[in-house]
Design a protein around this ligand. Structure first.
Ligand SMILES: [Zn+2]
Length: 255
């Protein structure tokens, strides 16, 4: 036996491969000296050859999966997902700007109805001082823009049976200022039915509440009447509706 044969023989008798050796053989990062030793062993050992084959199959499978995760189809899905998010953002921004539009229109148009009660009450005098003092207190709070207090006193005065017709209108304005729009509409309905002298004011504030609530159909119902019938409110009604909803209200023939 030559020296070389002995050497080869001695190498081929090494023990079976460890898992670490199998991994580094499959990953092709085994040191050259070890590689030769391992390959000699594989020629002789079916068990280790099978282990290597199995490890190579597994590695190939993993490589294919990694590749498929960056396949064109996956990218199409990713781009589509990003697109959907962008559409959502644009939609939300449009919604926000629409909201700003009608809220700005409301804020530009809304002016609280002026207090013309207190002076009249004082001038005329009354047989019921308690009710009057409640009304005076309510209107003082109203003038100071303390709408919570104004509303409480107004409700008190109305419950006590004040014969002042304007109280529900001031209650409606106070509710609007407090952001209670449904309550404001209830008071405005009451005034519209019971106080024909304030008909235009009621149409105006009711229309404005519906602008604020972003309800163009209802807003139009009230504001259109002012466009048709009120010299004072017609230009304001056209202005606020167009600013809020981007639609012109033209005077219509009164049936
Ligand atoms: Zn072996």
């Amino acid at each position: 036996m030559s020296f070389d044969q002995q050497h080869i023989f001695s190498e081929s008798t090494r023990g079976c491969l460890t898992q670490a050796e199998i991994d580094s053989y499959v990953e092709q990062n085994m040191a050259a000296a070890n590689l030769r030793e391992v390959e000699m062993h594989l020629l002789d050992c079916m068990v280790c050859s099978d282990a290597i084959d199995g490890a190579m199959d597994l590695r190939e499978l993993e490589a294919r999966q990694t590749q498929s995760s960056s396949s064109p189809l996956k990218w199409i899905f990713r781009i589509a997902a990003v697109g959907l998010v962008l559409i959502g953002v644009v939609f939300a921004m449009k919604l926000y700007s629409a909201e700003t539009q009608y809220e700005t229109a409301f804020a530009d148009a809304f002016v609280p109805y002026a207090n013309d009660i207190t002076a009249t009450t004082r001038a005329v005098g009354s047989t019921n001082d308690d009710v009057d003092s409640t009304v005076v207190a309510a209107m003082a709070a109203y003038d100071q823009e303390n709408y919570q207090e104004a509303l409480e006193s107004l409700k008190h005065a109305m419950a006590e049976g004040s014969d002042e017709d304007l109280l529900p209108l001031y209650a409606a304005i106070s509710e609007i200022q407090l952001g209670h729009y449904e309550a404001a509409l209830t008071y405005l309905d009451f005034v519209r039915v019971n106080d024909p002298d304030r008909y235009e004011e009621v149409l105006w504030y009711t229309g404005l509440v519906y602008v604020k609530l972003n309800q163009p159909t209802e807003a139009k119902e009230y504001l259109q009447q002012l466009v048709n019938e009120s010299q004072f409110y017609s230009p304001r009604a056209q202005q606020v509706f167009e600013q809020a909803f981007g639609e012109k209200l033209s005077p219509q023939a009164i049936r």
